[in-house]
Design a protein around this ligand. Structure first.
Ligand SMILES: [Fe+2]
Length: 443
């Protein structure tokens, strides 16, 4: 199935059609998971590559355990296959730092567990009512879509682990990326003052933290037309930005001093960048990536700008002022394609920041979806009227704990999973995530 065909389950419609689509998406998600790890040696699947990340094989067992919990147990009413493993694969019970110590299934056992669960899952799917009914989990295919997107999201996590692993553990072949655009444009685009609906509409799948959609009124602001490039960030580095206290917030300066950080995570001290096993000359036109929120914030201060709030980001990405309507993606409602955005993993690298002119938002901003997640100024918290569903540990337990919101997905995000309203979050000192940023300013 190509990324263009990968669309969320249609609302309403015949039950049989939805079930068939669901089977196709589940199979496609599994095919991708296995394709990502196929070249990784067994020993490298089973071990910890970085204290921040789980062993890759833990992700495989966890994908199956999550599927078993929601499809087989909660929807299908079946007993667990391995009750002794439920704690091992519970992300909330076993934080990443402790996962290397737990009795997780090793590669062959994990693959077998995935197969057995999938068989039971498909039986539960065949027997479930997807059209509506009293079971909120199954209504409109919610739980099935949640499983598909969960597996997609773990694919991106696994690619973070593989990027952190020592050079040579993973040698993906990158797809050639489009050239930088030869059309010029303004440095920043203007977004007019006024209200827009923040959050997801009820007609499509959304996580609880994207709901409820509610009106937010923003003053006029400007947003960088593209993400901050390697070339622009190098100016900050070369001007001594990492040593200039006045560029940094207090916690940012403490983080910088303690971590001893002098440049983005994968930059080398001789002006090159490591992308998996290759070390290349730093390409000025690519988005700067693998910087912490603190580094993004310091750069923005140095430029005399600031990071956008997540509401500003979403308005610039989704609002169409002439039509007074909200778009699902910056370019409209059609799903991502290669001419609009660099998503869906198989490129294995970002594209030049202005390469996808067909992906422009109504305001003319480029690259809001794909290439690199973008840090926003906002803390991760609930929208007014938030209701946890189907479990508190997905979103609610992270509210108010100092996590910053990221938007827009990266090259490593599945096309099926990304949308203008999707909220991701991480701690401000983290750099393993495929993230960059762009700046904003008051108009
Ligand atoms: Fe998970």
């Amino acid at each position: 199935m190509s990324p263009a065909e990968v669309e969320t389950l249609p609302p309403g419609g015949a039950d049989a059609l939805r079930r068939e689509r669901c089977r196709g998406l589940l199979a496609e998600a599994r095919e991708r998971t296995l394709r990502i790890v196929a070249p990784v040696h067994e020993a490298d699947m089973n071990r910890v590559h970085d204290p921040l990340m789980s062993p890759l094989v833990w992700d495989l067992g966890h994908i199956a355990a999550y599927e078993e919990l929601w499809a087989c147990q909660r929807v299908g009413g079946l007993e667990p296959l391995h009750p002794e493993l439920s704690e091992v694969y519970d992300a909330a019970e076993t934080p990443r730092t402790a996962r290397g110590e737990t009795p997780y299934l090793r590669l062959d056992e994990a693959l077998e567990y995935m197969d057995v669960v999938r068989e039971r899952t498909l039986a539960a799917l065949a027997a479930s009512d997807l059209s509506g009914g009293s079971h909120r989990l199954s209504r409109e295919g919610f739980v099935w879509e949640m499983l598909i997107q969960h597996e997609h999201q773990h694919n991106e996590t696994m690619l973070q682990t593989l990027r952190l692993a020592e050079p040579g553990v993973y040698r993906p072949r990158s797809r050639p990326m489009p050239a930088p655009s030869d059309a010029s444009g303004p440095e920043m685009v203007l977004v007019e003052a006024g209200p827009f609906p923040l959050g997801a509409g009820m007609e499509r799948f959304a996580y609880d933290n994207e709901l409820p959609q509610h009106e937010v009124s923003l003053p006029a602001f400007e947003l960088d037309r593209t993400a901050v490039t390697n070339g622009a960030f190098r100016e900050f580095v070369e001007s001594g930005g990492y040593r200039r206290r006045e560029c940094w917030s207090e916690p940012g300066w403490d983080w910088r001093c303690e971590a001893g950080v002098e440049r983005p995570l994968y930059w080398t001290d001789d002006g090159r960048e490591r992308i998996f096993h290759r070390v290349e000359q730093l390409a000025d036109e690519l988005p700067v990536m693998h910087v912490s929120w603190y580094e993004a914030d310091a750069y923005a201060r140095w430029r005399g700008k600031r990071l956008p709030s997540e509401a500003e980001w979403e308005k610039a990405a989704s609002w169409e002022p002439e039509a007074g309507a909200k778009r699902r993606f910056p370019w409209g409602d059609d799903p991502p394609s290669r001419v609009r955005a660099n998503v869906d993993q198989t490129g294995f690298r970002p594209a030049p920041v202005d390469a996808h002119s067909d992906g422009a938002s109504a305001y003319g901003a480029l690259g809001l979806i794909g290439d690199a997640w973008e840090w926003t100024a906002s803390d991760f918290g609930p929208y007014p009227g938030f209701e946890a569903f189907p479990y508190r540990e997905y979103s609610e337990v992270f509210f108010g704990s100092g996590h910053k919101v990221l938007r827009g997905g990266s090259w490593a995000t599945r096309a099926h999973t990304i949308r203008n309203t999707l909220r991701n979050w991480d701690l401000p000192g983290r750099r393993q995530i495929h993230t960059g940023f762009r700046c904003a300013a008051d108009a």
